[in-house]
Structures are given as structure tokens and as C-alpha cells.
Design a protein around this ligand. Structure first.
Ligand code: GCU
Length: 611
């Protein structure tokens, strides 16, 4: 692997970090000196106050903070200077204590749903990495504010299970040391049924031998890595093993593991992505979005205090647009984490532009702050030179970190900060780039799946249109487009999903008229001749959105060409933009033809719809 420094939003820090910087405070001192030298400015003083933890304050020429706080303070100060802005005023502390990146990296070096190349740290069944690159990544994570990194896929396969066993622990401890200096602690995904591989006849969480197995594993892990963050578990989900096999609840399963790691201060992150993935499409009594709430709401209050239940942002699975999962409102006595996906599985796969900061703002406004105390993002990282495949996809990694630090951040300011640090364009060009990014999500939504329509993608790889691709499949993912109507009635008279929300939220979605356009077909089944608030019929709106979304993608292509983004990013972005435009045209024509064939309705504007 090459050790050339890569372009990131910290272009002014590209020297390797000496091994002597073995703590965040020492790293902070090094970064400050180096950053000031590169920027040609005078360094402020640094003061470490261990009690301040992750907090910091920049005042009167001094950056004061805890062991990790000073590092955040130094990056905040350097980034502000590089961007020509004022450093943050007053005491600063992160809103969420756990700001986690979940990497879906497999031990063989592949990345599940990875669109930026192979894994940065796995190869041939073991951990293996390029030191300078990992340290540069550590800087990126720390400067964004991420403090936990889960290194392996939630689907634990083959050798990944060995990470926490005697074979894998020494290497994991070395990787933990690389990230420690940036205030980033490691976590691993574990397999619930692992005791079976050790000659134990069961993985039943109430079995004494199973409990002993996990206690011994936890003791060994924390002996090797004393600041290890904890374990992440995907159980009884998409064929992964779990407590249901033994007739136990998910509280019993999670608590057993949580108790094994409790003496070491670890957290047990348990994913709530549990649903029937073997549904029969003829079965109308099951509605997949109801699944997480049905499994977990009844368990509220039963989880130990070091368990965090990690809930995906929407009730389905990272679709282009979903309502906020009702599970967030149903568990006031449980620690919850929000899970989002930076990897653009359903949102353009780091080919199409899809900047997420506006989404963070919507989520911040919707989530109840009393119960959600942690955030996790499925990583968009890989071994590509620019780390994220599309050079602009880095805005999502940076944006996630900033949102996790301060959910009230202004999405445009975050996007601008990233653009400014990364490219230093003239003002008008910077405005154009920020504008492009800020609108990229709505453009993508328009040419793919407007109005809350989900799952019209090609099965399995999830890129490109296929309106019936999941329609008769077993994943519970149906839109039921017919000759007359499309969408699912999820109100009380339909599947009842809406009833899972608190009263006030229910009212927002209860009728097609009250429901915002971008979720109309998620909550309601509407006839094609239904009149939208602006007077257009539903079918006309579907046609219009696809035509307009595609035209907007073409216009984005033109706008991009006029930007003097430094190479190689410019060439990479333009190459991807060509693919995006091709994809947008495909979506426009396939979806419009699909609905035209079904409904027979003509486009009022007489545009080309293929027969
Ligand atoms: C999606 C994704 C899978 C992943 C799963 C999960 O279904 O397609 O690859 O394993 O989410 O979140 O566990």
C-alpha cells in the first residue's frame, strides 16, 4: 500500500505523526505546531485539564481542554484559521457522548456496501494497514469529532470473529494504539452464537457456560485494550443468530453480554434492525416498517444501563426518504442510538451526488433528545486515494462528525466549511459548489423515488431503477402500484403503522392532505387522479418530478464543469457526474414508462415517455 499523503479537509496537515504522539494531548501539541508552521501563524498556548474530558475552550490565546478536549480544540482552532473564520467562542462540548462510525469491513478485505475500494485495515483474513494512511484517517475522524470506530461488519463472517480471540487480539491492540492518539476508541461487531465455535453446545444467554465464555472473552479483550469501547451486535436479523433461537428476548440476550463487559466499562450496542426477511408478498397482515417497534417497545426499561439500542433513522432501511422511526418515541427508559448510513447504498453509491448535512438537520429536529444519547454512521470509507470514492462524499463523513458534536449545526455552514478547507475556491465558485451539494439530495430524490416511494431499485446491488424489482420478493418491500393507484395505506384503516407514533406526530401524517408531499405515498395509497395541493394530479406529479430531477442532474453536470476544483478531484467528480446523468435518465425513463403503462395517463406537457 502506498504512503503518499492524500487530499482531505485537513490539507494543511499532511506530515506523518511521530510515534511519540501516543496520547491525544501529545498529538494536539504536535498538530498545533505543525499546523501553525504550515499556515504561517503564531500558535496559542495549550493547557490540559484532565477533568474537562472531551470539552475545550479557546480563550485569550489559550486552548484549554481535557486530554481529548485539547485535540478537538486544536483542530477547531486550526480549521477556523485555515478557513479564515473565528474559532468557536465559549466552552465547547459534544452533544452526543458516543459518536460512532460503523465500518462494514470484512476480514477478506472486502467492504459490504462499500463504494470506495477495499478495506483500509483488513486483508487476507487479518488486520494489516498502512500506518501513515491510518494516522491521516485518525486526524480526519478526530477533527470531525468521531470518537468510536467499529472495525468490522455487523454481519460477522469467517475470520472477523477471531478479532476478539487470542489469534486476533494482539493486532487489534496495535490498531487501537494507532487510533488512541486521536481520541478514537475501537469497537468490534461480535457474533452472538460464537460459543458454539468453542465446543459449547448452546449460545442460550441464560446458560451458565455461555455467560462464562463471554466473561472470559471480555476479560481478555480489555486486558489487551483497556480503553476498548464495547461490542456491536446484529442478532436475529437477516439470518444472523440471536436469542430467539433459544426462546429468549432481546433484552435477555443483550443484558447477558452487557454484564460480561460491564466491569470493564464497555457498552453493548444492540441493533434494532430486526424484521421478517422471509415475508410472502401475498401476506398483507405484515408491514415491515412496524417490525422494530413491535419487537422493542415492549422491552422498554428491561435493558441494562450499559446497553444502547441502535435504531436506524427510518423504519425500513436507509431509503431515500423515510419518516423518523417510531421506535425513537416509544422507549423513554432505554438508551438509544441513532443509526444513519454514510455509505450511499440506496442514495447513489458514491457515484451520484447526495450530500447529507440537510438530513442531519431534519433528524436533529425530529429526535427526542432525552432518550437518544449516541449516534452511529455506517462508514463510507475505503482504500481509494480520496477515502470516499467520490471526492465530495467526504462531506458526509465530515458532516456526520459535526452533527454528532452539535446537532444544531447549520447544514450549509458545515458544507461550506468542508468545501473551503478542502478546495479553497474563489468565493463565487465556493458558493456554486455549496449550492450544488446542498441541493444534491432533493435532485436525487426527484429522479429516483419522490413522494416517499421506496424500493424501486435493482435488487441486491441497489443501484439503478427497477420498479418491480422487490415487488414480489420476500423482503417486505412493496409499493403495490396498480392500474389505478400506488402506495400503502399505513394509517389506522390500513396497516396501522401510523398508530406507533405519539398522537402529535400521527396527526401530521394521518390524512393525505396533512401529510407532507415527500412522504405521501409512504403513508397513503392514492389514485393517480388524486389532486395534490398545487392542483396537479398525482400521476402528473410523478412524471414532472422525474423529468425535473433528471434535468436538474444535467444542470448540475454543467455547473460542475465550470468549477476549478483541484485535480485529481475535478476529473474524478466529472467522471462520476457522467455516470450520474446516465443513471438519472435511466430512472426518469424507466419509472415514467412503468407508470404510463400501468395508468395509461398521458403527460400533460407532452414530453417523451417510452411505450
Ligand atoms: C441492509 C444492507 C445489508 C446490511 C443490512 C444491515 O439490508 O443491504 O447489506 O447487512 O442493511 O443494516 O444489517
Amino acid at each position: 500500500m502506498s504512503t503518499q499523503p492524500r487530499r482531505t479537509w485537513l490539507p494543511f496537515l499532511n506530515a506523518d505523526i511521530p510515534a511519540a504522539c501516543d496520547t491525544p494531548a501529545k498529538t494536539a501539541a504536535f498538530e498545533l505546531e505543525l499546523g501553525c508552521k504550515t499556515l504561517g501563524i503564531e500558535a496559542p498556548a495549550l493547557q490540559v485539564m484532565p477533568d474537562m474530558g472531551e470539552s475545550y475552550e479557546i480563550k485569550d490565546g489559550v486552548i484549554t481542554g481535557g486530554e481529548r478536549g485539547v485535540l478537538y480544540g486544536v483542530y477547531a482552532w486550526l480549521c477556523a484559521k485555515a478557513a479564515g473564520e473565528e474559532p468557536p467562542a465559549g466552552p465547547q462540548k459534544p452533544f452526543y457522548a458516543l459518536r460512532m462510525l460503523n465500518c462494514w469491513d470484512n476480514a477478506d478485505g472486502t467492504v459490504e456496501r462499500g463504494y470506495a475500494g477495499r478495506s483500509l485495515w483488513f486483508e487476507d483474513g487479518r488486520l494489516d494497514w498502512d500506518g501513515p494512511r491510518i494516522r491521516q484517517l485518525g486526524r480526519m475522524l478526530s477533527s470531525a469529532g468521531v470518537n468510536v470506530l467499529c472495525v468490522n461488519n455487523v454481519n460477522v463472517r469467517a475470520d472477523a470473529a477471531l478479532l476478539i480471540e487470542d489469534e486476533g487480539l494482539p493486532e487489534l491492540a496495535r490498531l487501537a494504539a494507532e487510533f488512541r492518539r486521536f481520541g478514537v476508541r475501537l469497537m468490534t461487531s461480535i457474533e452472538f452464537s460464537r460459543p458454539l465455535a468453542h465446543g459449547i453446545s448452546t449460545a442460550d444467554p441464560l446458560d451458565g457456560e455461555v455467560q462464562r465464555f463471554w466473561r472470559e472473552r471480555a476479560d481478555a479483550v480489555w486486558a489487551a485494550i483497556p480503553d476498548f469501547a464495547g461490542f456491536l451486535v446484529k442478532a436475529d436479523s437477516e439470518h444472523r443468530p440471536g436469542p430467539f433461537t433459544y426462546g429468549r428476548t432481546h433484552a435477555e440476550g443483550a443484558n447477558m453480554l452487557a454484564r460480561a463487559i460491564k466491569p470493564h466499562g464497555g457498552v453493548l450496542v444492540w441493533r434494532a434492525f430486526v424484521y421478517n426477511c422471509m415475508q410472502d408478498w401475498r401476506d398483507t397482515s405484515t408491514d415491515r416498517p412496524k417490525a422494530a417497534y413491535e419487537t422493542y417497545a415492549q422491552l422498554d426499561g428491561q435493558f441494562d444501563d450499559n446497553v444502547i439500542l441502535q435504531v436506524k433513522n427510518g423504519p425500513f432501511d436507509f431509503q431515500v426518504r423515510e419518516p423518523v422511526s417510531p421506535t425513537f418515541y416509544a422507549m423513554p427508559n432505554t438508551r438509544l442510538a441513532l443509526e444513519v448510513q454514510l455509505a450511499q447504498e440506496y442514495t447513489g453509491q458514491q457515484i451520484d451526488l447526495y450530500a447529507m448535512p440537510p438530513m442531519w438537520k431534519e433528524l436533529a429536529q425530529a429526535l427526542p433528545p432525552e432518550t437518544v444519547s449516541a449516534v452511529a454512521a455506517v462508514s463510507n470509507l475505503g482504500r481509494d486515494d480520496n477515502y470516499t470514492g467520490h471526492p465530495f462524499a467526504a462531506v458526509n463523513l465530515y458532516g456526520f462528525g459535526r452533527f454528532a458534536w452539535d446537532p444544531q449545526s447549520d447544514p450549509e455552514a458545515v458544507t461550506r466549511r468542508w468545501a473551503r478547507l478542502s478546495y479553497r475556491l474563489p468565493a463565487a465558485q465556493e458558493d456554486a459548489l455549496v449550492d450544488l451539494l446542498m441541493h444534491s439530495r432533493e435532485v436525487y430524490e426527484k429522479y429516483t423515488a419522490p413522494l416517499g416511494l421506496c424500493w424501486m431499485v435493482n435488487p441486491h446491488n441497489h443501484y439503478g431503477p427497477n420498479p418491480s424489482g422487490y415487488e414480489y420478493d420476500l423482503w417486505g418491500t412493496y409499493h403495490k402500484a396498480s392500474r389505478d393507484a400506488v402506495g400503502i395505506d399505513r394509517t389506522a384503516s390500513g396497516t396501522g403503522y401510523l398508530e406507533q407514533y405519539p398522537e402529535a406526530l400521527r396527526a401530521q401524517y394521518a390524512t393525505p392532505e396533512a401529510c407532507p408531499d415527500n412522504l405521501k405515498l409512504f403513508f397513503h395509497r392514492l389514485r393517480y387522479d388524486y389532486r395534490m395541493a398545487d392542483g396537479r394530479t398525482l400521476i402528473q406529479r410523478i412524471y414532472d418530478d422525474h423529468f425535473e430531477g433528471c434535468a436538474a442532474a444535467e444542470a448540475m453536470g454543467e455547473a460542475l464543469k465550470s468549477l476549478e476544483i483541484p485535480e485529481p478531484d475535478r476529473a474524478e467528480a466529472l467522471e462520476r457526474m457522467e455516470k450520474q446523468i446516465k443513471n438519472a435518465r435511466e430512472w426518469r425513463d424507466v419509472v415514467n414508462t412503468f407508470f404510463h403503462r400501468l395508468s395509461g395517463a398521458e403527460d400533460e406537457k407532452g414530453r417523451k415517455i417510452y411505450d
